[in-house]
Design a protein around this ligand. Structure first.
Ligand code: 5GP
Length: 175
């Protein structure tokens, strides 16, 4: 299976970034390697192939890097979810809790139609707050949420608990 590939060896641990005590997972080595990148995109797309996905949504900014090629592989469109004020037309937004404070994501108000089947893709799922909020936005717009996919899931932060609150959609992670 494509998932036998050792994705983890292409992800660098960066201690004390962006602040002391945090170990940042850097996926840029995986994207810098042509074969590793292809393996990751193919494995994510293969997992969700045949489920009628019509749109992939990726949160800014690493969600763009992963989401666009997955959308191409699936024959789906891509929709960016962005920080406030970045999209030029009318938007719908959702705010979600962070450890300290809140964050907001926006997508274009006309980006989804009721019949759309939506896959949410990001590079990394930590607490699950980002993808859970994006999923809620999809559901608020009346589209169908198919699931969530990422390269790396930080299971010790229990993101599946955050996702369970908005439904039983699957989270698929390569690492
Ligand atoms: P969550 O909302 O699940 O707590 O955090 C996930 C979001 O923050 C994703 O959009 C992801 O890109 C970013 N993020 C948080 N920690 C890391 C990390 O260690 N490495 C990378 N590449 N992204 C991170």
């Amino acid at each position: 299976a494509a998932t036998d590939f050792d994705f983890e060896s292409y992800i660098a641990d960066i201690p004390d970034y962006p602040e002391p005590g945090v170990v940042f997972k850097d996926i840029t080595p995986l994207f810098a390697d042509a074969n590793a990148m292809r393996q990751a995109i193919t494995a994510l797309a293969d997992h969700f192939r045949g489920r009628g996905v019509t749109k992939v949504i990726g949160p800014e900014a690493r969600g763009f890097m992963v989401g666009v090629p997955v959308a191409l592989e699936l024959g789906a469109g891509f929709i960016p979810a962005r920080k406030p004020g970045k999209l030029p037309r009318e938007t719908v937004s959702i705010s979600y809790e962070l450890e300290y404070g809140t964050d907001t994501l926006e997508i274009h108000a006309d980006a989804l139609e009721p019949g759309d089947r939506v896959l949410i893709i990001d590079d990394l799922v930590a607490t699950g707050g980002t993808v859970a909020a994006t999923g809620k936005l999809v559901q608020n717009m009346g589209a169908e949420l198919i699931g969530y996919g990422c390269i790396l899931e930080l299971a010790f932060l229990n993101p599946r608990d955050a996702l369970a609150a908005s439904g039983d959609q699957e989270l698929f992670s390569l690492v």
